[in-house]
Design a protein around this ligand. Structure first.
Ligand code: URA
Length: 443
């Protein structure tokens, strides 16, 4: 009865009160509101929007629908990073051990890939034995000893969110600023953080491609953080092409390991260092960005960050030898080099097409129940703006069989566009948003 009344009110442009958000989120979390009613309600929210008060109330209701990680006793800064989702985005796997080895607790709770975007949890599970399914108690233990836990959203945290997110993904209601902001911030605030850094993606591969919408989302999440005494800083970064070269679960873990060993591609390192510097600044571990950069590059060049990753992998049941020997990761049965069909500039490498192509080859989900082939994907070496000759190798396809290779070839033919001229891609890290306002960053 409650759900029906709220659907009708939202449909007609009315407001939902804080107590009603709480009752709805709790009832949905425990299965007392059916998916069809929640789907109708979410569509009404998507079309009618939520005002600020409602967005705050929804976040609070989702946060309170589960437990929180109380980490205040750790007596250390606790900072996480969250990305709004992209293709080739393996930054979390590099950043978590890197920042943890510099003395900051990183309770990194990640999600699975859905739609065209990849998920950190699926990527980590490519490491043989790695268990992301930890209880909050086990996560606390790892944070005490290693400053880091790489976990999935446990059944205990923000219980309404995973169900609601999966439902939104299946009902065309993902791309809503209040719904995204409440979804992300409810689970991040449940981590008991002292600060949060957001990587808000813009460009054709982002959930909200337009800059203005990305800025609005960032500002909304900063406000939600302030409400809970959690300072939030957001960087707007480019997702008009994949990040790094590797796209696909095991391939991305390998690239993240290379990054921790000091051999990561420039764009991946630039985004990682920019976000890492914000984490260290929020943690008050450094005076300025220069010092943050020095400490991060030092941790990588001395091997400290890679060793720390090994210790985290071991503590979470995985095989730590993967850091020295990434060939332990799942390997695809078929590999084929993809060459440029003509000479010209690389004008686009379209992330949505790449992400969907990986899903079509078995490496991404179309429903939450899908089992993934973690070995498949692409390594795309051509970058927007590069000049290539006809027949030059520009990518490699990794597939489980010849049908997968054929599908991967079709994907790359549409995703990598060659032309006589190419517009410059979006600047990699273009804006910094904080409670003080929006800063445009120099390229
Ligand atoms: N990531 C989330 O966790 N939630 C959303 O709604 C969108 C991206």
């Amino acid at each position: 009865m409650l759900a029906l009344r709220l659907i009708e009110r939202k449909r007609d442009g009315g407001r939902i009160e804080p107590g009603e958000w709480r009752a709805l989120a709790n009832a949905y979390a425990v299965g007392h509101v059916p998916d069809y009613q929640m789907a109708a309600f979410l569509m009404a929210c998507f079309l009618r929007g939520l005002d600020r008060g409602e967005t705050h109330a929804l976040t609070e209701a989702m946060l309170r629908s589960g437990d929180s990680l109380d980490l205040a006793y750790l007596d250390r800064p606790r900072i996480d990073k969250h990305s709004t989702g992209g293709v080739g985005d393996k930054v979390s796997i590099v950043l978590a051990p890197l920042i943890a080895c510099l003395g900051v607790a990183v309770p990194m709770m990640s999600g699975r890939g859905l739609g065209h975007t990849g998920g950190t949890l699926d990527k980590l599970e490519a490491i043989p034995g790695f268990d992301t399914n930890l209880t909050l108690d086990a996560a606390r233990g790892l944070l005490e000893t290693l400053n880091c836990a790489l976990i999935g959203q446990t059944a205990e945290i923000a219980r309404a969110d995973p169900k609601m997110y999966a439902l939104r993904d299946a009902t065309g209601t993902v791309e809503s600023i209040p719904l995204i902001a409440a979804s992300i911030m409810s689970k991040k605030l449940a981590e008991g953080l002292t600060g949060l850094v957001l990587d808000v993606k813009r460009g054709s591969g982002a959930f909200l491609p337009e800059l203005q919408r990305g800025l609005e989302l960032a500002q909304m999440m900063i406000e939600l953080g302030l409400d809970h005494q959690c300072p939030v800083v957001a960087l707007i970064t480019a997702m008009d092409r994949p990040l790094g070269r590797a796209c696909g679960n095991a391939l991305e873990v390998e690239e993240a390991i290379l990054a921790l060993r000091g051999e990561g591609p420039d764009d991946l390192m630039q985004v990682t260092y920019a976000l890492g510097a914000e984490m260290l600044l929020l943690a008050r571990c450094v005076e300025d960005r220069g010092e943050a950069q020095r400490r991060m590059t030092d941790a990588i060049s001395t091997g400290r960050a890679a060793e720390h990753f090994q210790r985290i992998i071991e503590a979470q049941g995985g095989n730590p030898a993967v850091v020295d020997d990434p060939s332990i990761l799942p390997q695809s049965a078929e590999v084929e080099v993809f060459t440029a069909p003509r000479r010209g500039f690389v004008s686009r490498v379209e992330p949505r097409a790449v992400g969907r192509g990986i899903a079509a080859m078995g490496g991404g989900r179309t429903t939450m129940e899908d089992t993934l082939d973690l070995s498949v994907g692409f390594v795309i070496t051509a970058r927007p703006g590069d000049w290539v000759e006809e027949g030059e190798a520009i990518a490699t396809i990794f597939a489980r069989d010849r049908t997968g290779i054929d599908s991967g070839r079709l994907t790359l033919r549409s995703a990598i566009m060659l032309a006589d001229e190419a517009d410059p891609p979006l600047p990699l890290v273009s804006h910094r948003v904080s409670a003080a306002g929006v800063e445009v960053l120099e390229p």
